[in-house]
Design a protein around this ligand. Structure first.
Ligand code: ARG
Length: 441
């Protein structure tokens, strides 16, 4: 490991203890490195505004930071165990290239606010990505709900219940993913606060230009209290993972449906070939592995939430425990977004099997229609229910799935699906995402 930024003359360090302290932290910092560089640029500009460094030094630092970002992107600079963490790597590089100007860069900041601002920028981008995937999924679901209303069984308790349609199935996931996109936006707004300039958690004796870094970095507001900046570490990560988990909750139920629908017992859908794999021993098999991993992706995200929650039993102020919030954050988002990213394509290309679905509609599935018609004709509902129960097997006489669906006029149902209301809400959330910097990647 190269020079430690906190090394004091005459104090020894132990290699084994150092390894324990660093863990895999520097490797995780690869994820946040570009955000760290971006925030470092804003800090440099701020230092120049208050005269701590001169314009010449600021320009040199700025351009070295740009070169470092390019080198990192191109693989010419590798962030590895030579450094304690990404923060020290930036300082080491600037010092190596610029001497004293590099040694000035850390004036008025601490790694505590540096890591906060880098992770916060990263979280905002991941939430914007989450919002995009949710909106894309909702779009596809909406189109398919508008395009096809093929009759299929509607289940409760996994038992055939009433006639439903592919349009109703898709409309359900449309609304779900619109809600998920909104939630991503709400969480984004909730945590859109700039912690840079809070230093170690108690401010510094410099009039730092926090308003400048807030606007330059695209934050909606300044996180005012340095103590709260530290209190919010982990808390905001947790909120972001919860938001991701909400979307995956719908993804998991959707995947469950698809995995059932591909079985020979249901046989309601055909999946695109790429989403299935073969068996190593059974030549006859095509397995829906991608769907299963989509379903399973909830687990690592839920686990990441728990891991961070467990860390947060802490007094106020920076505690090194907080370093452990980065791993679950990165792994949770990698797995969760990877899964959600596939949904729009999968849902676009999956095909229904109309005859199979129609064949699964039994006459008894019209019994609810019959009971309600009787009730409308004046028979008390409980009595109509009893009669329909006794004659359930004949309930389908003279009825078709299409008529049952057309007559289901309760708002939101097949007879009055209100898809325009869903389209309007989807447009609204898309407009809000577009209107702010949340769209950046
Ligand atoms: N790797 C550290 C973290 O993630 C950076 C901050 C170190 N701060 C300190 N006071 N040791 O928390």
């Amino acid at each position: 490991m190269s020079n430690l930024v906190w090394q004091k003359p005459g104090v020894r360090t132990d290699e084994c203890i150092m390894r324990f302290l660093a863990g895999t932290d520097v490797l995780l910092d690869r994820e946040f490195f570009l955000c760290d560089i971006e925030a470092s640029m804003a800090h440099v500009q701020g230092l120049a505004h208050i005269g701590v460094i001169d314009d010449h030094e600021a320009a040199a630092l700025q351009s070295e930071l740009e070169v470092l970002a390019d080198d990192f992107r191109a693989g010419r600079f590798v962030l590895d165990e030579r450094y304690e963490d990404g923060h020290s790597a930036i300082e080491a590089r600037l010092t190596e290239r610029l001497g004293d100007a590099g040694r000035r860069v850390h004036t008025g900041r601490s790694r505590n606010d540096q890591v906060l601002v880098a992770t916060r920028l990263w979280i905002k981008r991941r939430l914007a990505e989450l919002g995009r995937y949710c909106m894309d999924t909702a779009h596809i679901c909406l189109h398919r709900a508008q395009d096809e209303a093929l009759p299929m069984p509607g289940y409760t308790h996994l038992q055939r219940a009433v006639v439903s349609s592919t349009s109703m199935w898709f409309s359900g996931f449309t609304e779900g993913f619109i809600d998920n996109a909104w939630r991503a936006r709400q969480t984004y707004d909730w945590l859109d606060a700039n912690p840079l300039g809070t230093a170690a958690g108690y401010g510094v004796n410099l009039p730092l230009d926090r308003a400048h870094s807030t606007t330059t970095l695209g934050f909606a507001r300044m996180q005012v209290s340095p103590v709260y900046a530290q209190l919010s570490r982990g808390k905001f990560e947790l909120a972001a993972l919860e938001t991701l988990a909400t979307a995956l909750l719908d993804g998991r139920r959707l995947a469950w449906d698809l995995s059932l629908f591909t079985t020979a017992e249901f046989d309601f859908i055909e999946l695109p070939d790429e989403y299935t794999t073969g068996s190593s021993i059974m030549p006859n098999k095509r397995n829906p592995d991608a769907i299963e991993l989509l379903r399973a992706s909830y687990a690592p995200v839920a686990a990441a939430r728990v891991e961070i929650e467990q860390l947060l039993s802490l007094p106020s102020g920076y505690q090194r425990d907080l370093q452990f919030s980065k791993g679950p954050l990165v792994h949770g988002f990698r797995q969760g977004l990877g899964a959600l990213h596939l949904l729009p394509d999968l849902l676009t290309r999956m095909r229904w099997k109309p005859e199979r679905m129609r064949a699964a509609i039994e006459p008894s599935m019209y019994a609810t229609d019959v009971a309600i018609e009787q009730a409308v004709a004046g028979v008390p509902f409980r009595e109509a229910y009893q009669q329909a129960a006794l004659a359930a097997a004949e309930a389908g006489q003279g009825r078709t799935p299409e008529a049952s669906l057309a007559e289901r006029v309760s708002p939101g149902s097949s007879g009055q699906p209100m898809l325009e209301a869903l389209a309007a809400r989807l447009d609204e959330v898309a407009r809000i995402w577009r209107a702010s910097s949340g769209g950046e990647s």
